[in-house]
Design a binder for this molecule. Structure first.
Ligand SMILES: Nc1ncnc2c1ncn2[C@@H]1O[C@H](COP(=O)(O)OP(=O)(O)O)[C@@H](O)[C@H]1O
Ligand SMILES: [Mg+2]
Length: 311
């Protein structure tokens, strides 16, 4: 649905994008993640046919950005990172204005506007002034606007930026809804955890270069070389257990944290499963209180990849 080949954009000497290769299949929700200035907006604007690359190719639904911008614009919904709303306009008027621009006529127009307002949960605000909406609602209205012509492909540039936690959750729920409608979505963020659980693929971009492209699981594996397990036994025997486990094959290192009721056990490289620890402890007469794999902090994964810390 979206493909770029060696897509490059230069501003003077600066490579805003440097040989970017992206591929999204139908129904993909692709999280495009990178710090400010990485090239996310540049990519979206090129795909939306609003900006020409310096070289390289990009196609949307098979159409080239170079000679089929009209076809592409019908198929995509592009929500920029910043968009203006007009003063003195009601929510319903705002949408009808854009529906008219998309040449949606007559009865269809009102029906379509109502439909997208329901979709983004703003039906109850149809008569409110757009200037009275919160940032979260304004973002949802922006999304409603790009859904009017029922595009197959959505390009959403940092839709959750500047939102409070509640509005972020609403936005994520909305993206999930769009995903279940089968839309192909390219969505950007500078925060990996924000997108990790709604995307089936992610790309991590920095200084115009794609540093990682794949699924979230693979990203985690690439950064975390060893599995970390939290192991808890009787609190007064923690130290003893630490000495016992240290000698085991499969244990790489053990950290005893101050005031913690567990040991932080890092497994050796080829060991992924900590069940052998449970067995050994129980056989040695310890009471096993906890045993679970430490959650991976996605922010660490992001930092690891952007710093080039990989296997
Ligand atoms: N019109 C422009 N003129 C010069 N440099 C630009 C222009 N637009 C973007 N850039 C530069 O290109 C790089 C990528 O920007 P952008 O795509 O906006 O990044 P992101 O959206 O990931 O924050 C940045 O270094 C930015 O300063
Ligand atoms: Mg941007």
């Amino acid at each position: 649905m979206i493909e770029t080949r060696d897509l490059t954009k230069m501003y003077g000497e600066l490579y805003a994008l440097n040989r970017l290769n992206l591929k999204l299949d139908q129904g993909d929700v692709y999280g495009f993640i990178g710090p400010n200035g990485a090239g996310k907006t540049t990519t979206m604007r090129i795909l939306a046919t609003l900006l020409n690359p310096s070289w390289g190719e990009a196609t949307v639904c098979g159409y080239s950005i170079y000679n089929s911008s009209r076809d592409i614009r019908k198929l995509i919904g592009y929500m920029p990172d910043f968009f203006g709303v007009y003063d003195d306009m009601k929510v319903s008027e705002y949408l009808e204005f854009f529906a008219a621009a998309y040449r949606i006529q007559g009865l269809d127009r009102k029906k379509k506007c109502d439909e997208v307002l329901e979709l983004v949960d703003l039906g109850y605000k149809r008569d409110a002034l757009v200037t009275s909406l919160s940032r979260g609602m304004t973002q949802r209205l922006g999304l409603a606007r790009v859904l009017l012509h029922d595009p197959m492909v959505l390009l959403l540039d940092e839709p959750a930026s500047g939102l409070d936690p509640r509005a972020r959750i609403d936005m994520r729920a909305l993206l999930k809804r769009l995903r279940s409608m089968g839309k192909t979505i390219l969505v950007s963020s500078h925060i990996l955890p924000e997108l990790a659980d709604i995307c089936n693929k992610i790309g991590i971009i920095e200084r115009g270069q794609l540093l990682f492209d794949g699924d979230v699981e693979t990203a985690i594996k690439q950064v975390r070389q060893n599995t970390v397990i939290h192991v808890g036994v009787e609190i007064n025997r923690l130290k003893e257990a630490s000495g016992f486990l240290k000698t085991m094959e499969g244990v790489f290192s053990i950290e005893e944290r101050d005031n913690a009721d567990y040991l932080r056990v890092t497994l050796a490289h080829d060991f992924k499963d900590g069940s052998f620890i449970a067995e050994a402890l129980v056989r040695a007469g310890y009471k096993l209180k906890t045993l679970h794999e430490e959650e991976v902090n996605l922010e660490d994964v992001f930092m690891g990849i952007t710093k080039g810390i990989t296997n």
